[in-house]
Ligand binder design. Structure first.
Ligand SMILES: Cc1ncc(COP(=O)(O)O)c(C=O)c1O
Length: 451
């Protein structure tokens, strides 16, 4: 089981990783804080904080001005677009920055809706966060478009692919689907879904918000038309990023003010962007890339102890690992391979422990054969305890979880848990450790037994 020093399974350098996230060292009521709230927003490494502060301190300006700080702001945004293009595997002019995923999706749904008419259909799913449902439903109401719902297998909260396929036909114009569920952790076969949409001549719009901290995103391989994510869910600041295929960004017409350019990608960006967060976004992508470079270094070299390999514990960076020859994209791929391996060990540990807690029910995949199809996000309930009671008691012990529906409202209603407080959600990301999972399991056991 991964310990704080090093993961036995994945060699993920947990001590160094954790030392880069200042918030992880906090305590609550004398207990070390355990951040199991990643699905609501992950913690950030120091370099992200530094990038935000540095931008505000030295370069704070609006774009397009004929003076130094404005030019530096333009350059900084261009740099962040390149970083996100590496992260998503697309071209820089296909990257759009915005306030968050929800606002970007409302904007894009309105633009796409301009071209739809009565008789057209769209498909949404029962599993999705409402941010990939309501924007499409309201657009459909405005345009007289029919909405069709893809259902789930209730027993493990996976998408019913046969049902989804049956809802796509020659009238379908768009399929909106999540890459991973922020409630129950299911990872959907998005490549297959995109192929189904394309075979019918429909667009595929992927919500990758929950998937982004857990798995590599490759829009070129998925071949989706649009994909949206939020940097605050993958170790960056609070903002959203949308990928759109160049042909679509050029063809659809954004709602925009007249003085703004008609050129992509900027024509899709309304008003002044959150420059300091954009600066932080580059730092967050570089954090992942440096983790990947380190992992490549570990695989290529020996597994000598950290100190021998020249760890910089003061700075907390992966100082010995930075082989600049390795492209940022290749480094990001390596980071996610290691993250996935580490998280898989945590998933195994958490599920086998959760199954032993009396009267606890896990909603979602529990079959070890299907663990590749889930991430470490668990929705649970314990008989005779509301999710809010559980989250409060865990919170008093320094364990940060979430309760409710987390906007996956169609799912909690469908599974009939909405009226009784939804689920308790436990979210694991790569900075979490085996010991933290142990502490959670121990606390849940105690609460289940003693109230
Ligand atoms: C799966 C998923 N999609 C969309 C969103 C909305 O993202 P944002 O807060 O960036 O609008 C969230 C936020 O929790 C989410 O988890």
């Amino acid at each position: 089981m991964p310990t704080i020093e090093q993961s036995a399974h994945s060699a993920l350098p947990l001590a160094s990783i954790r030392s880069q996230f200042p918030s992880l060292s906090q305590t609550v009521n004398g207990h070390p804080a355990v951040f199991l709230d990643g699905p609501g927003g992950t913690q950030v490494p120091q370099r992200v904080i530094d990038a935000i502060v540095d931008y505000l301190r030295r370069n704070n300006a609006n774009t397009g001005g004929a003076y130094a700080t404005s030019r530096q702001t333009d350059a900084m945004i261009a740099e962040a677009r390149t970083a996100m293009a590496d992260f998503l595997h697309c071209s820089v002019d296909e990257v759009i920055f915005g306030a968050n995923m929800t606002s970007l999706t409302f904007a894009m749904s309105r633009a796409i809706g301009r071209e739809l008419k009565p008789g057209d259909e769209i498909v949404v799913t029962r599993l999705d966060h409402d941010a990939n449902v309501s924007p499409w439903i309201t657009m459909a109401e405005d345009r007289g478009v029919r909405v069709r719902w893809a259902e789930i297998h209730d027993e493990d909260c996976t998408l019913d692919m046969a049902d989804l396929a049956s809802k796509i036909n020659r009238n379908t114009r768009l399929v909106a689907v999540g890459y991973a569920s922020n409630a129950v952790g299911t990872i959907n076969p998005v490549q297959e879904i995109v192929a189904l949409a394309h075979a019918a001549g429909a667009l595929a719009y992927i919500d990758a918000v929950h998937y982004a901290p857990h798995g590599l995103i490759d829009v070129a391989a998925i071949d989706c038309d649009f994909l949206v994510c939020s940097t605050y869910k993958f170790f960056g600041p609070h903002m959203g990023v949308l990928y759109g295929k160049r042909e679509h960004l050029k063809r659809f017409r954004p709602y925009k003010v007249r003085p703004n350019t008609n050129a992509i990608p900027n024509c899709w960006e309304s008003g002044t962007l959150n420059h300091e967060c954009i600066a932080g976004t580059t730092a967050c992508v570089d954090y992942l890339a440096d983790l990947g470079r380190h992992m490549i270094g570990v695989c290529a070299g020996s597994r000598r102890p950290h100190a021998e390999r020249g760890w910089s514990d003061v700075e907390g960076r992966f100082s010995e690992s930075g082989n600049p020859e390795i492209s940022r994209r290749a480094a990001i791929e390596a980071a996610y391979a290691a993250i996935r391996e580490h998280e898989r060990a945590l998933i195994e540990h958490a599920i086998s422990g959760l199954k032993k807690i009396p009267a606890l029910k896990i909603y979602g995949i529990t079959d070890p054969a299907l663990w590749d199809r889930r991430c470490g996000t668990f929705a649970v309930r314990i008989e005779n305890h509301t999710p809010l009671e559980l989250a409060t008691k865990l919170g008093e012990r320094g364990l940060f979880t979430w309760d409710g529906n987390y906007y996956a409202l169609n799912l909690t209603e469908h599974l009939d848990v909405e009226k009784t407080g939804g689920f308790l959600r436990i979210g694991l990301v790569h900075y979490n450790t085996g010991e933290e999972v142990d502490r959670l399991l121990h606390a849940l056991q105690e609460i289940a037994e003693n109230g």
